[in-house]
Design a protein around this ligand. Structure first.
Ligand code: SF4
Length: 450
């Protein structure tokens, strides 16, 4: 049950100490097939800090495995697919392709399978064979909060083994926490290494979230204990994280870091950095320079594809229309969001998640098939159909509904050019709030192989 927590200095020495302290190599043999599962959820169009596992930690891990005599190492991830996002682009952007060539590591795209059918209490999903084929599975999530399930650590990172269609299913049943727990019982890593080079507030991405330098690494052989300690470091009570509570209670595991043997840093309390997990969308949009637009909290039913597509569309809208006031308009996404209603009855509402103040919304946009189906009878709303809506449809619908047809016609050519450049990986929209990533706290070298 021991979890090691070590301050991150030089990655190789830090990882060696963290893994040695928790007995992390027990059961590993030189001839083993090793699979490393990082978090590279959205490798394009936004800063990487805190959102994805760092290349420096992955490289240190690969070097340590080489020291252990391992020659058969694979790294694999299945990113959120937004306008053709491919993990190959992510590997290139993060220097993981260089790392792979240097150390003879195989890189795979988990979105391409092959998959194995798995039944999670009646929910039939496809899980990448890679999750079961290796002799030694190492889960390497980033240390981050998550605006639906509070934390995204080891358990949540296992969702990357699901086929893209199965990830959508996780959100369709309103049992997201339960399904994450069940997946954690099917895919059991031999070792978890949580990369806390950075920690992400209001995650899981840096468009709406905010990264902080943390310089910590956690390691352990028991997945739940690692996540409990990770959540504690983020100032989030592990017993309030649905999937952790379910998993721990079912297995009689501790849900408090006080009851886990923590090795390495003596005073865990001194390392805690309380971070907000919710997102205040109006506040974030106002920081991007636009006002008068709210997005009711979508609950657990919003899946990553609509989340990412809407995220990109909002970012583009704000970036191209600085100073615009959308006059109390609402965008609903996911199955639960209704204009004028909080999407989580009975739950504490995130700030700004309820109906827009000031009465009727000027415009209502139903974004994605789920929101369209959930608000079938609503008159006068703009319906952006698709699962998720195609990016051009999304952009044109937002521009036309919120700004009017003339401004849409004027603004679209430049936006489409930026979109094409973003797809080609040669352009990234920049938000003012990302200026913070110019400070020396944030090192681009963490996303390059040495
Ligand atoms: S419509 Fe959007 S939220 Fe609903 S399943 Fe499709 S991509 Fe996910």
């Amino acid at each position: 049950m021991a979890v090691s927590v070590v301050r991150l200095d030089e990655p190789l020495a830090t990882l060696r100490r963290a893994i040695d302290l928790c007995g992390g190599w027990d059961g590993l043999g030189p001839g083993n097939r090793v699979f490393i599962k990082p978090n590279i959820c959205l490798p394009r169009w936004m800063p990487l800090y805190g959102m994805v596992t760092t290349t420096s930690v992955l490289e240190a891990l690969v070097r340590l495995l080489s020291e252990q005599g391992c020659r058969n190492i694979t790294i694999g991830e299945g990113p959120v697919d937004v306008f053709g996002t491919s993990i190959r682009q992510g590997y290139r952007r993060m220097g993981i392709d260089t790392l792979a060539r240097r150390y003879g590591v195989r890189l795979v795209d988990l979105n391409r399978g092959p998959f194995r059918p798995v039944d999670l209490e009646g929910v039939k999903v496809q899980v990448a064979e890679a999750a079961f084929e290796s002799d030694f599975l190492i889960n390497v999530p980033a240390l981050k909060t998550h605006n639906q399930v509070k934390v995204s650590l080891g358990f949540k990172n296992l969702k990357g083994f699901l086929s893209p269609a199965s990830r959508v299913k996780f959100h369709g049943t309103n049992r997201l926490n339960h399904l994450i727990r069940l997946l954690g019982e099917v895919v059991e890593p031999h070792l978890t290494v949580i990369d806390g080079t950075y920690a992400l507030e209001s995650g899981p991405d840096t468009a709406l979230g905010r990264a902080h330098r943390m310089d910590i690494v956690l390691a352990g052989r028991e997945a739940c204990s690692c996540d409990v300690v990770g959540a504690t470091l983020l100032g989030i009570d592990p017993s309030g994280v649905g999937y952790l509570r379910e998993y721990a209670e079912a297995r009689g595991l501790p849900l408090s870091a006080d009851r886990i043997e923590v090795r390495g840093e003596g005073d865990l309390g001194a390392l805690v950095r309380p971070l907000e997990w919710r997102v205040n969308v109006p506040e974030e949009l106002s920081a991007m320079g636009v006002r008068g637009l709210s997005v009711p909290y979508p609950g657990e039913t919003l899946c990553s594809r609509c989340y990412a597509m809407l995220g990109y569309s909002l970012l583009a809208l704000a970036r191209d229309n600085r100073g615009a006031d959308f006059g109390n308009s609402v965008i609903c996404c996911g199955r639960e969001a209704r204009p004028g209603a909080d999407a989580r009855p009975g739950c504490e509402a995130p700030p700004g998640s309820a109906a827009p103040p000031g009465g009727e919304a000027r415009a209502v946009i139903l974004f994605g098939d789920c929101a369209v189906a959930a608000n079938r009878g609503l008159e006068g709303a703009c319906r952006v159909e698709g699962c998720p809506p195609p990016v051009t449809d999304s952009l044109m619908a937002l521009w036309r509904t919120l700004l009017g047809r003339p401004r849409m016609l004027r603004g679209m050519p430049a936006r489409m050019a930026r979109l094409s450049a973003a797809k080609a990986g040669i352009f990234m929209d920049r938000l003012d709030k990302w200026q913070r990533y110019q400070s020396k706290e944030f090192a681009p070298g963490h996303f390059r192989a040495r």
